[in-house]
Design a protein around this ligand. Structure first.
Ligand code: ACO
Length: 333
Protein backbone atom coordinates (compact mmCIF):
# COMPACT_ATOMS: atom_id res chain seq x y z
CA UNK A 1 0.00 0.00 0.00
CA UNK A 2 1.67 3.20 -1.16
CA UNK A 3 1.24 6.99 -0.82
CA UNK A 4 -0.71 9.34 -3.08
CA UNK A 5 0.93 12.30 -4.78
CA UNK A 6 -1.62 14.80 -3.41
CA UNK A 7 -0.65 14.37 0.27
CA UNK A 8 0.69 17.40 2.21
CA UNK A 9 4.37 17.11 3.24
CA UNK A 10 5.15 15.50 6.60
CA UNK A 11 8.49 15.83 8.39
CA UNK A 12 10.35 13.90 11.08
CA UNK A 13 11.07 16.75 13.50
CA UNK A 14 12.84 14.77 16.23
CA UNK A 15 14.02 11.28 17.18
CA UNK A 16 14.78 9.59 20.50
CA UNK A 17 15.64 6.20 21.92
CA UNK A 18 15.99 4.46 25.24
CA UNK A 19 17.74 1.23 26.14
CA UNK A 20 17.53 -0.39 29.58
CA UNK A 21 20.79 -0.43 31.56
CA UNK A 22 21.14 -4.17 32.10
CA UNK A 23 23.32 -5.88 29.48
CA UNK A 24 23.02 -9.63 28.78
CA UNK A 25 26.09 -10.82 26.88
CA UNK A 26 26.58 -13.96 24.80
CA UNK A 27 28.86 -15.18 27.61
CA UNK A 28 25.95 -14.78 30.07
CA UNK A 29 23.74 -16.85 27.73
CA UNK A 30 26.37 -19.61 27.57
CA UNK A 31 25.61 -20.15 31.27
CA UNK A 32 21.84 -20.33 30.66
CA UNK A 33 21.42 -22.53 27.53
CA UNK A 34 23.62 -24.79 25.38
CA UNK A 35 25.06 -22.15 23.06
CA UNK A 36 28.30 -20.31 22.37
CA UNK A 37 29.44 -16.78 21.62
CA UNK A 38 30.89 -18.20 18.40
CA UNK A 39 27.53 -19.66 17.24
CA UNK A 40 25.54 -16.54 18.10
CA UNK A 41 28.09 -14.17 16.54
CA UNK A 42 28.58 -16.14 13.31
CA UNK A 43 24.85 -16.91 12.77
CA UNK A 44 23.39 -13.57 13.84
CA UNK A 45 26.05 -10.89 14.50
CA UNK A 46 24.60 -10.28 17.99
CA UNK A 47 27.08 -9.84 20.89
CA UNK A 48 24.80 -8.51 23.63
CA UNK A 49 21.26 -7.28 24.26
CA UNK A 50 19.51 -5.08 26.88
CA UNK A 51 17.04 -6.41 29.44
CA UNK A 52 14.45 -4.21 31.17
CA UNK A 53 14.64 -3.95 34.96
CA UNK A 54 12.08 -5.51 37.27
CA UNK A 55 9.03 -3.20 37.17
CA UNK A 56 10.21 -1.46 33.96
CA UNK A 57 7.43 -2.01 31.41
CA UNK A 58 7.14 -1.37 27.68
CA UNK A 59 5.33 1.93 28.41
CA UNK A 60 8.28 3.12 30.53
CA UNK A 61 10.75 2.36 27.72
CA UNK A 62 8.42 4.10 25.25
CA UNK A 63 7.98 7.18 27.47
CA UNK A 64 11.73 7.64 27.92
CA UNK A 65 12.34 7.44 24.16
CA UNK A 66 9.40 9.78 23.50
CA UNK A 67 10.71 12.45 25.88
CA UNK A 68 14.02 12.58 23.99
CA UNK A 69 12.28 12.85 20.61
CA UNK A 70 10.01 15.64 21.92
CA UNK A 71 12.95 17.51 23.39
CA UNK A 72 14.80 17.37 20.06
CA UNK A 73 11.68 18.53 18.20
CA UNK A 74 11.11 21.33 20.74
CA UNK A 75 7.55 20.16 21.32
CA UNK A 76 5.51 20.33 24.53
CA UNK A 77 3.30 17.36 25.50
CA UNK A 78 0.18 19.55 25.12
CA UNK A 79 1.04 20.10 21.43
CA UNK A 80 0.77 16.39 20.59
CA UNK A 81 -2.48 15.40 18.83
CA UNK A 82 -1.67 11.76 18.11
CA UNK A 83 0.32 8.98 19.81
CA UNK A 84 0.83 5.61 18.10
CA UNK A 85 2.79 2.90 19.89
CA UNK A 86 3.88 -0.09 17.81
CA UNK A 87 4.47 -3.11 20.02
CA UNK A 88 3.91 -6.85 20.30
CA UNK A 89 4.72 -6.75 24.01
CA UNK A 90 2.12 -4.35 25.45
CA UNK A 91 1.99 -3.64 29.19
CA UNK A 92 -1.54 -5.07 29.21
CA UNK A 93 -3.84 -6.49 26.51
CA UNK A 94 -6.05 -3.52 27.20
CA UNK A 95 -5.82 -0.58 27.54
CA UNK A 96 -3.28 0.17 24.84
CA UNK A 97 0.31 0.90 25.88
CA UNK A 98 -0.12 4.26 24.09
CA UNK A 99 -2.65 5.24 26.80
CA UNK A 100 -0.03 4.71 29.53
CA UNK A 101 2.46 6.72 27.47
CA UNK A 102 -0.05 9.55 27.06
CA UNK A 103 -0.58 9.58 30.82
CA UNK A 104 3.17 9.48 31.57
CA UNK A 105 3.84 12.38 29.20
CA UNK A 106 0.80 14.39 30.28
CA UNK A 107 -0.10 14.64 26.59
CA UNK A 108 -3.79 14.93 27.29
CA UNK A 109 -4.73 16.52 23.93
CA UNK A 110 -3.57 13.45 22.01
CA UNK A 111 -5.53 10.51 20.67
CA UNK A 112 -3.54 7.40 21.61
CA UNK A 113 -3.65 3.83 20.33
CA UNK A 114 -1.40 0.82 19.64
CA UNK A 115 -0.70 -1.11 16.48
CA UNK A 116 0.60 -4.67 16.21
CA UNK A 117 2.76 -5.31 13.15
CA UNK A 118 5.76 -6.94 14.86
CA UNK A 119 9.17 -5.78 13.61
CA UNK A 120 7.56 -3.64 10.88
CA UNK A 121 5.42 -1.80 13.46
CA UNK A 122 7.39 1.47 13.66
CA UNK A 123 7.20 1.92 9.88
CA UNK A 124 3.50 0.97 9.87
CA UNK A 125 3.02 3.70 12.52
CA UNK A 126 5.00 6.12 10.35
CA UNK A 127 2.72 5.50 7.39
CA UNK A 128 -0.49 5.81 9.45
CA UNK A 129 0.66 9.01 11.18
CA UNK A 130 1.90 10.52 7.92
CA UNK A 131 -1.45 9.89 6.27
CA UNK A 132 -3.44 11.29 9.22
CA UNK A 133 -1.26 14.42 9.36
CA UNK A 134 -1.23 15.00 5.63
CA UNK A 135 -5.03 15.01 5.43
CA UNK A 136 -5.07 17.88 7.92
CA UNK A 137 -6.73 15.86 10.71
CA UNK A 138 -3.69 16.08 13.01
CA UNK A 139 -0.62 18.31 13.22
CA UNK A 140 1.92 16.67 15.54
CA UNK A 141 2.26 12.93 16.08
CA UNK A 142 4.46 10.85 18.34
CA UNK A 143 5.24 7.42 16.92
CA UNK A 144 7.04 4.88 19.09
CA UNK A 145 8.38 1.36 18.58
CA UNK A 146 8.78 -0.22 22.02
CA UNK A 147 9.30 -3.78 23.18
CA UNK A 148 9.96 -5.69 26.35
CA UNK A 149 10.60 -8.98 24.56
CA UNK A 150 12.41 -10.42 27.59
CA UNK A 151 8.93 -11.08 29.07
CA UNK A 152 7.96 -13.17 26.01
CA UNK A 153 11.10 -15.25 25.47
CA UNK A 154 11.45 -18.86 26.56
CA UNK A 155 14.81 -18.58 28.29
CA UNK A 156 15.28 -22.36 27.96
CA UNK A 157 14.92 -22.32 24.16
CA UNK A 158 18.33 -21.56 22.64
CA UNK A 159 16.88 -21.07 19.16
CA UNK A 160 15.08 -17.88 20.23
CA UNK A 161 16.55 -16.82 23.61
CA UNK A 162 19.77 -15.55 22.02
CA UNK A 163 18.03 -13.33 19.47
CA UNK A 164 15.87 -10.78 21.25
CA UNK A 165 16.27 -7.71 23.49
CA UNK A 166 14.35 -4.81 25.05
CA UNK A 167 14.30 -1.13 24.03
CA UNK A 168 12.35 1.73 22.49
CA UNK A 169 12.73 4.34 19.78
CA UNK A 170 10.49 7.30 18.93
CA UNK A 171 9.97 10.03 16.36
CA UNK A 172 7.91 13.22 16.18
CA UNK A 173 6.10 13.71 12.87
CA UNK A 174 4.80 17.13 12.01
CA UNK A 175 3.11 18.87 9.07
CA UNK A 176 5.33 20.89 6.69
CA UNK A 177 8.65 20.44 4.94
CA UNK A 178 10.92 22.54 7.20
CA UNK A 179 13.44 21.54 9.83
CA UNK A 180 13.81 17.76 9.62
CA UNK A 181 13.44 14.74 7.38
CA UNK A 182 10.62 14.90 4.85
CA UNK A 183 8.98 11.50 4.39
CA UNK A 184 8.91 11.04 0.61
CA UNK A 185 7.33 7.59 0.28
CA UNK A 186 6.17 4.75 2.50
CA UNK A 187 5.22 1.16 1.76
CA UNK A 188 3.56 -1.46 3.96
CA UNK A 189 2.47 -5.03 3.25
CA UNK A 190 1.22 -8.23 4.89
CA UNK A 191 1.04 -11.94 4.03
CA UNK A 192 -1.36 -13.58 6.49
CA UNK A 193 -0.83 -17.03 4.97
CA UNK A 194 2.49 -17.25 6.87
CA UNK A 195 1.32 -16.62 10.45
CA UNK A 196 2.73 -20.03 11.46
CA UNK A 197 6.34 -18.97 10.78
CA UNK A 198 6.64 -16.57 13.69
CA UNK A 199 4.19 -16.08 16.54
CA UNK A 200 3.41 -16.06 20.25
CA UNK A 201 0.85 -18.89 20.32
CA UNK A 202 -0.50 -18.48 23.87
CA UNK A 203 -1.93 -15.66 25.94
CA UNK A 204 -4.57 -14.54 23.43
CA UNK A 205 -8.21 -15.63 23.06
CA UNK A 206 -7.21 -18.62 20.87
CA UNK A 207 -5.12 -20.12 23.64
CA UNK A 208 -5.51 -18.45 27.03
CA UNK A 209 -2.92 -19.33 29.65
CA UNK A 210 -4.62 -21.50 32.28
CA UNK A 211 -3.45 -23.65 35.19
CA UNK A 212 -3.51 -26.65 32.78
CA UNK A 213 -1.05 -25.23 30.20
CA UNK A 214 0.91 -22.78 32.36
CA UNK A 215 4.05 -24.99 32.26
CA UNK A 216 4.22 -25.12 28.44
CA UNK A 217 5.70 -21.65 27.84
CA UNK A 218 3.03 -20.88 25.23
CA UNK A 219 3.17 -17.12 25.76
CA UNK A 220 6.68 -16.99 24.28
CA UNK A 221 8.06 -16.39 20.79
CA UNK A 222 8.10 -19.39 18.44
CA UNK A 223 9.89 -19.10 15.09
CA UNK A 224 10.81 -21.19 12.05
CA UNK A 225 13.98 -19.17 11.57
CA UNK A 226 15.18 -20.52 8.21
CA UNK A 227 11.81 -19.89 6.50
CA UNK A 228 11.50 -16.43 8.02
CA UNK A 229 15.02 -15.65 6.76
CA UNK A 230 14.10 -16.33 3.10
CA UNK A 231 10.94 -14.21 3.18
CA UNK A 232 12.76 -11.39 5.00
CA UNK A 233 15.39 -10.91 2.30
CA UNK A 234 12.92 -10.85 -0.62
CA UNK A 235 10.28 -8.66 1.04
CA UNK A 236 12.79 -6.13 2.39
CA UNK A 237 14.54 -5.86 -0.97
CA UNK A 238 11.25 -5.34 -2.83
CA UNK A 239 9.73 -2.81 -0.44
CA UNK A 240 12.98 -0.79 -0.22
CA UNK A 241 13.18 -0.73 -4.03
CA UNK A 242 9.58 0.48 -4.24
CA UNK A 243 10.11 3.53 -1.99
CA UNK A 244 13.41 4.33 -3.71
CA UNK A 245 11.73 4.26 -7.12
CA UNK A 246 8.63 6.19 -6.03
CA UNK A 247 10.88 8.92 -4.60
CA UNK A 248 12.56 9.26 -7.98
CA UNK A 249 15.86 8.01 -6.55
CA UNK A 250 18.49 5.41 -7.46
CA UNK A 251 20.51 3.18 -5.14
CA UNK A 252 23.55 5.48 -5.51
CA UNK A 253 21.47 8.42 -4.17
CA UNK A 254 20.90 6.69 -0.82
CA UNK A 255 23.25 7.94 1.91
CA UNK A 256 22.12 5.38 4.46
CA UNK A 257 19.91 2.30 4.57
CA UNK A 258 18.51 1.62 8.05
CA UNK A 259 17.27 -1.97 8.02
CA UNK A 260 15.47 -3.96 10.70
CA UNK A 261 18.10 -5.36 13.06
CA UNK A 262 17.38 -9.12 13.22
CA UNK A 263 20.40 -10.81 11.70
CA UNK A 264 23.63 -9.52 10.16
CA UNK A 265 23.39 -12.14 7.40
CA UNK A 266 19.97 -10.77 6.39
CA UNK A 267 21.36 -7.20 6.45
CA UNK A 268 24.33 -8.24 4.27
CA UNK A 269 22.00 -9.95 1.81
CA UNK A 270 19.81 -6.81 1.59
CA UNK A 271 22.87 -4.61 1.08
CA UNK A 272 23.96 -6.79 -1.89
CA UNK A 273 20.50 -7.02 -3.43
CA UNK A 274 19.94 -3.25 -3.20
CA UNK A 275 23.47 -2.59 -4.53
CA UNK A 276 24.18 -0.30 -1.56
CA UNK A 277 27.69 -0.86 -0.13
CA UNK A 278 27.83 -2.13 3.47
CA UNK A 279 29.40 1.11 4.76
CA UNK A 280 26.10 2.83 3.83
CA UNK A 281 24.00 0.31 5.79
CA UNK A 282 23.43 1.06 9.48
CA UNK A 283 24.04 -1.76 11.97
CA UNK A 284 23.65 -1.75 15.77
CA UNK A 285 22.28 -5.25 16.37
CA UNK A 286 25.59 -6.38 17.93
CA UNK A 287 24.64 -4.14 20.91
CA UNK A 288 20.89 -4.71 21.18
CA UNK A 289 19.85 -7.92 19.33
CA UNK A 290 16.42 -7.93 17.71
CA UNK A 291 14.15 -5.42 19.48
CA UNK A 292 11.27 -5.97 17.00
CA UNK A 293 9.19 -2.78 16.53
CA UNK A 294 11.83 -0.75 18.38
CA UNK A 295 14.75 -1.75 16.14
CA UNK A 296 14.31 0.64 13.19
CA UNK A 297 13.33 3.46 15.55
CA UNK A 298 16.41 3.04 17.76
CA UNK A 299 18.64 2.72 14.68
CA UNK A 300 17.15 5.89 13.14
CA UNK A 301 17.82 7.84 16.34
CA UNK A 302 21.38 6.54 16.74
CA UNK A 303 22.20 7.22 13.09
CA UNK A 304 20.68 10.71 13.35
CA UNK A 305 22.43 11.70 16.57
CA UNK A 306 25.80 10.30 15.46
CA UNK A 307 25.73 12.32 12.22
CA UNK A 308 25.50 9.37 9.81
CA UNK A 309 23.37 11.57 7.56
CA UNK A 310 23.02 15.33 7.11
CA UNK A 311 20.64 17.92 5.73
CA UNK A 312 19.77 17.00 2.13
CA UNK A 313 20.77 13.30 2.44
CA UNK A 314 18.35 10.56 1.45
CA UNK A 315 17.83 7.62 3.79
CA UNK A 316 15.76 4.45 3.48
CA UNK A 317 14.26 2.53 6.40
CA UNK A 318 13.12 -1.04 5.78
CA UNK A 319 11.69 -3.73 8.06
CA UNK A 320 10.20 -7.20 8.17
CA UNK A 321 8.45 -9.21 10.86
CA UNK A 322 5.77 -11.59 12.09
CA UNK A 323 2.50 -11.55 10.20
CA UNK A 324 4.28 -11.71 7.92
CA UNK A 325 4.62 -7.95 7.59
CA UNK A 326 7.06 -5.71 5.76
CA UNK A 327 7.48 -1.95 5.39
CA UNK A 328 9.80 0.72 4.03
CA UNK A 329 10.12 4.51 4.02
CA UNK A 330 12.28 6.92 2.01
CA UNK A 331 13.17 10.20 3.73
CA UNK A 332 15.01 13.32 2.51
CA UNK A 333 16.69 14.86 5.54
N1 ACO B 1 23.33 -22.05 19.90
C1 ACO B 1 23.88 -23.13 19.31
N2 ACO B 1 23.25 -23.86 18.37
C2 ACO B 1 22.00 -23.46 18.00
C3 ACO B 1 21.38 -22.34 18.57
C4 ACO B 1 22.10 -21.62 19.56
N3 ACO B 1 21.60 -20.52 20.16
N4 ACO B 1 20.15 -22.20 18.00
C5 ACO B 1 20.03 -23.19 17.09
N5 ACO B 1 21.14 -23.96 17.10
C6 ACO B 1 21.43 -25.13 16.29
C7 ACO B 1 20.17 -25.81 15.78
O1 ACO B 1 19.69 -26.73 16.74
C8 ACO B 1 20.69 -26.51 14.54
O2 ACO B 1 21.35 -27.69 14.94
P1 ACO B 1 21.24 -29.03 14.02
O3 ACO B 1 21.85 -28.64 12.70
O4 ACO B 1 22.03 -30.01 14.80
O5 ACO B 1 19.77 -29.30 13.92
C9 ACO B 1 21.74 -25.55 14.01
O6 ACO B 1 22.12 -24.71 15.12
C10 ACO B 1 21.26 -24.67 12.87
O7 ACO B 1 20.00 -24.08 13.26
P2 ACO B 1 19.18 -23.19 12.25
O8 ACO B 1 17.89 -22.78 12.88
O9 ACO B 1 19.12 -23.90 10.95
O10 ACO B 1 20.14 -21.92 12.15
P3 ACO B 1 20.11 -20.74 11.11
O11 ACO B 1 21.41 -20.66 10.43
O12 ACO B 1 18.86 -20.73 10.27
O13 ACO B 1 20.03 -19.47 12.09
C11 ACO B 1 18.43 -17.86 12.91
C12 ACO B 1 18.92 -19.31 12.94
C13 ACO B 1 19.53 -16.99 13.47
C14 ACO B 1 17.19 -17.74 13.77
C15 ACO B 1 18.12 -17.42 11.46
O14 ACO B 1 17.34 -18.42 10.84
C16 ACO B 1 17.39 -16.09 11.38
O15 ACO B 1 17.93 -15.05 11.68
N6 ACO B 1 16.15 -16.09 10.91
C17 ACO B 1 15.36 -14.84 10.69
C18 ACO B 1 14.92 -14.17 11.96
C19 ACO B 1 14.12 -12.92 11.63
O16 ACO B 1 14.40 -12.20 10.71
N7 ACO B 1 13.02 -12.68 12.32
C20 ACO B 1 12.15 -11.60 11.86
C21 ACO B 1 11.76 -10.65 12.81
S1 ACO B 1 11.40 -11.22 14.43
C22 ACO B 1 9.82 -10.60 14.84
O17 ACO B 1 9.02 -10.27 14.02
C23 ACO B 1 9.47 -10.63 16.28
Amino acid sequence: MSDTASELPVTIAGTGSYLPEKILTNADLELMVETSDDWITSRTGIKERRIAAEGEHTSHLATNAARKAMEQAGLDPAELNLIIVATITPDTLTPATACYVQQNLGALNAVAFDISAACSGFLFAMKIAKRLISTGAFENALIVGAEKLSSFVNWEDRSTAVLFGDGAGAAILTRGEEGGGEILATEIGTDGSQTHLLNIPGGGSACPITSKNADKQLATLAMLGKEVFKHAVTRMRDSANQVIERSGLKAEDIKLVIPHQANLRIIDAISKRLAVPSDRVFVNLHKYGNTSAAACAIALDEAHRSGKFEKGDHIVLVAFGAGLTWAAAAVRW
